[in-house]
Design a protein around this ligand. Sequence first.
Ligand code: GLN
Ligand code: ZN
Length: 741
Amino acid sequence: MTIGTTVLGYPRIGPRRELKRAVERYWSGRADEATLRRTARELRAATWTELRDAGLDSVPGNTFSFYDQVLDTAELFGAIPRRFHDLGLSTLDTYFAAARGRDGAPALEMTKWFDTNYHYLVPELHQETAFRLAGDKPVAEFREAADLGITTRPVLLGPVTFLLLSKSDQAGFTPLDLLDDLLAVYTELLAALRAQGAPWVQLDEPAFAADRTDADLAALRHAYDRLGAAPDRPKLLVTGYYGNLGPALPVLAASPVEAIALDLVSAPDTAHATVPALRDKTVVAGVVDGRNVWRTDQRAALATVATVLGSAGEVAVSTSSTLLHVPYDLDAETRLEPGVRSRLAFARQKVAEVVAIGHALRAGVATGAATDPPAPHRDERVRARIAALTPADRVRAPYAERAPAQQRRLDLPPLATTTIGSFPQTAGLRNARAGLREGTLDERGYLARMREEIARVIALQEDIGLDVLVHGEPERNDMVQYFADFLDGVASTDLGWVQSYGSRCVRPPIIHGDVSRREPMTVAWSSYAQSLSVKPVKGMLTGPVTILAWSFVRDDQPLADTATQVALALRDEVADLEAAGIGIIQVDEPALRELLPPRAVDQPSYVDWSVGAFRLATGGAGPSTQIHTHLCYSEFGEVIEAIDALDADVTTIEAARSTMAILDDLRSFGRGMGPGVYDIHSPRVPDVEEIVELLTRAVAVVPAERLWVNPDCGLKTREYAQVESALRNLVVAAGLVRGDS
Ligand code: GLN
Ligand code: ZN
């Protein structure tokens, strides 16, 4: 059987987030396991049927997950840590305990899945980990589809990527040491799938779209030589999406696997022509973008497939990656302007594109939409402004001049205390937003409700004794969506949900045309907050890179150009905040590292434009305006120079969770720095002594005049009781280290 047409993966939360609702009902005890499993089965059946009926030749299987496919893999191979088994729960609850934690059994660490906005759970492996086939999920789901008359191609996380994504705290051991043990179990699983009649299995190795060591490549070679040599196995399709397979491509081409998928969207220049061994393989040409929402130019896609024809034994047509990262169905959207809608394709539409390109390929005819989609909206005012920019627009007065000017204006103590921006999002606030949306609360009522909240949060911060206050962000459903609603050239969807992690979904805005700000976005909230206090209240903006990272971005021009446009809109907001008398403005860039390209060769130009965009957004601020930025991670190393280059007056970062492991990186930092001293990811309230201890270590590296005292991140997901005690302790601790009596 040939592959013909396929997609490499599909969304699984359900077109109406049915899985999210079912899982959350189960967690809260409002539904039993059987009910949850029934919903899951219905969603799987709907997906397989839809993909088969759309005309795909090969339908992916095992793309479902109750929470995360990496956790599924750990469970499948018996690698759920002992602490979760010790809870004595059912299989399903043990799985959820590993995902979410329980008393006495903290959850597995969660982290970003490559350069996407999906998060996976990090398996914990040890020398003693004994892999075994502990479950049968891929086999059971294969059978389930077969019962519906659909032969699926089970998708598995590849063994090498699984090990590379895992962690271990044992010295002298790395998860890759377990490769042979793991391969034995994969071999067993492949045989079980073959025995059920699976003709193909897909193994995902996205880790090889990034730079890898020779040892990693050797592991890849070994893995696929060994799996390829297994006697009873389905044919193997190996993918390495989110980029170019680079040196992994010749390795896979020389292995016995039957098919290799190339991501020809993020890496159109994949050097397939230079790998003669591909002549014996099926090349699965990923020409329909799996990660973005734009309609495919089918003629161009067909031309790309044609370039592969000469260098492959056989060619199949596919998406560039799994479709996990795009919404289900454009047809469900009611509010998109026709001009924008006609340029879009969500998962369902992308499947149709793959099928159409496959047909055209087989028939040897040209394909393509009958009419070309309209061009993106061009805003000549924006274009003219960009053309008139000069390097000086990205350069502020030197820090040596800014620091004293700010000190004169703000008169802050050493070890100044502040928070990262958001205060808890209470049910009351969410209800108010829902009421406004549904029309049960009018604009004035909503405004009053938000102002009441801001006044409460300001009073609380004054009572606690913080030095720099925030308005608390009660009006923000989401730190990107909120801004998107004020920007021309950016659209929102009704149902364009994509999974971020577990049951959490986000609805990324779509940046489809030239971007400009319609009106001030935050000034009214910030000036109202400032009017309530003599202490400085920080203005709070989301930075250009983060706005891009958490949106679907037009692909007809470089990201850098779109970033410049977004930066200009933010620059206008900075100017308006300054004019309204706001003396401190924070521009959050938690996604700065996320967008960093996987391969080192591509990184310098990324750093260049991302830093440039931040500096354009903030470069108009006068010397006495203090610019803060906030980054949400402690693995600083790779981007430390970029962070320095942002030239922010104060940078707050996550550090409490890693107990200040970042201090070494901070030695060279010449401006204000706030390594977090309160881990907001945990409900635990840190006591005064432990904050004092963290600060004592920090003050040895960053002088007190430049050291800030703050939590790791925003407080929106915490409860007031915890936040209040934690912040009181933080203020007391800062006072002690400062030497207040
Ligand atoms: N200002 C935002 C908040 O406090 C920052 C959030 C983030 O870093 N992700 O919620
Ligand atoms: Zn953060």
